[in-house]
Design a protein around this ligand. Structure first.
Ligand SMILES: *Cc1c(COP(=O)(O)O)cnc(C)c1O
Length: 463
């Protein structure tokens, strides 16, 4: 299996190279040169397999002979050994929908599914090449802690995560700062999330510094993250399918388009998916795109589902590439237009294709709160606000002929304030959060100053 860039400037590279490259060197996103398929017999066989076994079958198809089978299996097994539930991503039936709980990883959000895998993969590949990496990133909450847990204690990797001091939720801050492994550096900056992102961008822009310190990223555009997420679409299907032809719908609360793109790939591989519901909060550029073909940037507004408060979705280019018939020249033209005009338009044929690929719904704060409350009243099940966006959209678009699977992307205890507001109950804490306030912390407070942060990184980086 070989990989290429959406923009046509990179091709023929191995899976390992695609993982280590992250963003393609031509500015595009990496994709497999063709999407492998799953036969009906294979699909049928998934019905009697456990999560890790299915993961191994799916992921192997995208890795090819680039990593020996036994090594890959070992990486996958270790990645899911830290999940608190024996089924890894259990599927539960509540009301008239199925809830796919993706939040049993160490930081209680679905990002663990991908970042536990990516952390182990990085460690393995760096070990093979006798090299090292210093990961830098900025977070507004979920990604930072999942990235830290993905690489904590790993050999040949240091990680530096910037978060805005006093501006992430108490639980999110503690999840990051109570990791005391020597390779983890939490930097609380005196600034906001945008300052953090700007600083990271500026540091990556200093190519000499980047090379000197072997800087790497762990953001949502890494192909391995999408890959790990394809697995649970197959897993969820396999828990309720009657036979290989059973068709199911999925509802996906969407921000950066990574999670739902994984569902799109699963369907391209041959998974019988009816609707893929793209659910957004008020930051609904993607929902507007699907509904009307209008892809235009608006300002980001704060909602109850902060991990979806995104306008420009970093994985969207991958879908665009397929929508344009894998024409890199047309894609580059579109990305250039978007960079200057901040808006894209689509013709009737393209819109027809988009409607075949996705359904959509924008869910505002009132409906999110009402969905959390009603769902709890009717089923005794507590939804986190992100999951509630997906459930609300699912309830509106559900059709009786197919099961509807809603992706539950965060544990309610992670967003306890919103839960309290919606249903008047402080959600019970899972084991991983108990006594988190009492644990030792490790965090450095630092000015939102690129030079100061570069100096800090230079003196704590692996070399
Ligand atoms: C990141 C995140 C999302 C959005 O996922 P994307 O892949 O960015 O679309 C939804 N819910 C939660 C809890 C998240 O952390």
């Amino acid at each position: 299996m070989r990989y290429k860039s959406t923009r046509g400037g990179v091709s023929g590279i191995t899976f390992s190279d695609a993982v280590m490259m992250g963003l393609a060197t031509d500015g595009g996103l990496l994709l497999p040169e063709h999407i492998p398929t799953i036969s009906p017999q294979e699909l049928q066989s998934f019905r009697s397999m456990e999560y890790v076994e299915i993961a191994n079958k799916i992921i192997s198809k995208f890795v090819g002979d680039d990593i020996p089978g036994a090594d890959l299996q070992n990486i996958i097994e270790r990645s899911y050994s830290k999940f608190a539930h024996p089924q890894i991503t259990p599927l539960q039936h509540h009301g008239d929908v199925h809830i796919l709980e993706l939040f049993h990883g160490p930081t209680l959000a679905f990002k663990d599914v991908a970042l536990q895998f990516l952390g182990n993969l990085f460690e393995y590949l760096l070990g093979q090449h006798n090299s090292h990496m210093n990961i830098i990133g900025a977070t507004s909450g979920d990604t930072g802690s999942a990235a830290i847990y993905g690489v904590k204690g790993k050999k040949n990797i240091n990680i530096f995560i910037l978060h805005p001091y006093g501006r992430v939720s108490a639980v999110q801050e503690l999840q990051m700062t109570t990791v005391t492994d020597a390779n983890v550096f939490n930097l609380a900056i005196d600034g906001n999330f945008d300052d953090g992102q700007r600083i990271i961008k500026e540091i990556f822009g200093d190519l000499e510094f980047k090379q000197q310190h072997a800087l790497g990223a762990i953001n949502s555009i890494n192909w391995a993250r999408v890959l790990a997420q394809i697995v649970y679409y197959f897993y969820a299907w396999s828990r309720i399918a009657q036979d290989e032809a059973t068709c199911v719908d999925f509802s996906v609360p969407t921000g950066n388009f990574g999670d739902i793109f994984a569902g799109y790939v699963a369907r391209q591989m041959g998974l019988p998916v009816g609707q893929l519901v793209l659910a957004t909060n008020e930051n609904n550029i993607l929902s507007r795109f699907v509904a009307t073909g209008d892809y235009s940037i608006d300002t980001v507004v704060e909602t109850l589902s902060p991990s979806m408060d995104i306008q420009v979705a970093s994985n969207f280019e991958r879908y665009l590439y397929y929508l344009l018939g894998t024409d890199s020249t047309a894609l580059v033209k579109m990305m250039d237009t978007f960079a200057t005009e901040h808006v894209l338009t689509f013709d009737a044929t393209q819109q027809k294709q988009v409607h075949a690929d996705f359904s959509t719904m924008t869910i505002d704060t009132d409906v999110t709160l009402k969905t959390m409350k009603d769902f709890y009243t009717q089923t005794d099940y507590i939804l986190d606000p992100h999951t509630a966006v997906g459930v609300a959209a699912a309830q509106k678009l559900h059709c009786a002929s197919r099961p509807m699977i809603c992706l539950a992307t965060a544990h309610p205890a992670k967003f306890a304030d919103a839960v309290l507001r919606a249903i008047g109950i402080d959600p019970p804490r899972p084991e991983s959060l108990r006594d988190i306030e009492q644990r030792a912390k490790r965090c450095e407070r630092i000015g939102a100053d690129t030079d100061a942060i570069k100096e800090y990184i230079a003196s704590h980086a692996l070399s």
